[in-house]
Design a binder for this molecule. Sequence first.
Ligand SMILES: C[S@@+](CC[C@H](N)C(=O)[O-])C[C@H]1O[C@@H](n2cnc3c(N)ncnc32)[C@H](O)[C@@H]1O
Length: 387
Amino acid sequence: MSPHPVHIGDNLDILPTLTGPFDLIYLDPPYNTGGRVVTGYMDRFEDWTGFMAPRLAELPRLLAETGIVIASIDDREIHHLRILLDETFGAENHVGTVVWDGSTINSSKLLSVSHDYLVIYAKNHAKLKASGTTWRQPRADAQELLDAAESAWRAASGDRTLAQQRFRAWLAPRRTSLPRGLTEYDRIDETGTLYRVSDPGAPSVQASRSFRELTHPVTGEACPVPKRGWRMNDASMDRMLAAGLIEFGPDHTTQPKLKRRLADNATAVPRSVFRQEREGARHLASIDGVGEFPFPKDHAVLARWFDTVTGPDARILDPFLGSGTSIEVAMALNAADGGTRTVTGIALDEAGIVQNVLVPRLRHCERAYGEQVMLSCEVGEAPTAAA
Ligand SMILES: C[S@@+](CC[C@H](N)C(=O)[O-])C[C@H]1O[C@@H](n2cnc3c(N)ncnc32)[C@H](O)[C@@H]1O
């Protein structure tokens, strides 16, 4: 596994020294809130656009042809950021702007603004669409059903009928509030898998469809074939039989059904608005030896979007590394799926953030995930291990 290189210094100096291509550039610039962030570090810019423009200008050269940019920002500067990113990457490459409702109640008397934005650009939006790329994210409601089925299965100690009864008792009061497509998943098989059954018949007669007679596994007799044939061809039928995705009835007089597992259908194209409680600051504060840094990004939010827009071998650039959330996220995703993501980070050492926050956090992550970070103290200086 390659180490994650971290450069200490101003990204204006360091970006020109880097070589790409990166699959994802994650931007979390100062929001220009006008206030003190930590002692000695004011998030205040006379000319925020003038600060950002030369830094953004370095990015197209570093972004892969299929690459994505995600920028975190809030209401204060989003309009300026959009204009800058349109100029830098082309307005036609704006994929969309996502609203993250973090639901922090603030003290404002007029409007409690609880959301941030994730502004998403592609290096080449048209090519990305033409390539057939689809973005998917886990559906929280589907995961709720999967979790309930798992606990019903555990409580029933592997008794399929009892597990199904328990699961349906859990589902009953929720049927009206959950989407119908989900509540149809109310069967549990002999391996504890939650599934539904669907009509196996083809909608119209087509020569490519399978008309094969299936033999009932208990009676050994042929089961009825749908009038217009099966939905799939012979090869798909073989694959589904081998994977246990055909459900036979009690005997050969019942037509077999198709088995659809919820776990195979528990994702959806991401929506442009999502809610997730802010927990970045709490998480950072829970790491031993890490100093004050009030606004780290949320681990779960970055994990969700990094995983959505890139693959497990992604090369990620984070020019505003701050407390190092993106590196922890890459390590956690790698641990979960065996990926080889690397993050190249740039951290400005203002107000002791590097020594007091970034380095202790990275050391903690190295221990927790067994990956390495290479830290360079000056531009051009050979990176060294963080620990
Ligand atoms: C919004 S915070 C980023 C937080 C980070 N994503 C995290 O989760 O901890 C912005 C960071 O950009 C850093 N920064 C400001 N100017 C910079 C520059 N010229 N080069 C590199 N980093 C800079 C600030 O020190 C601050 O840590």
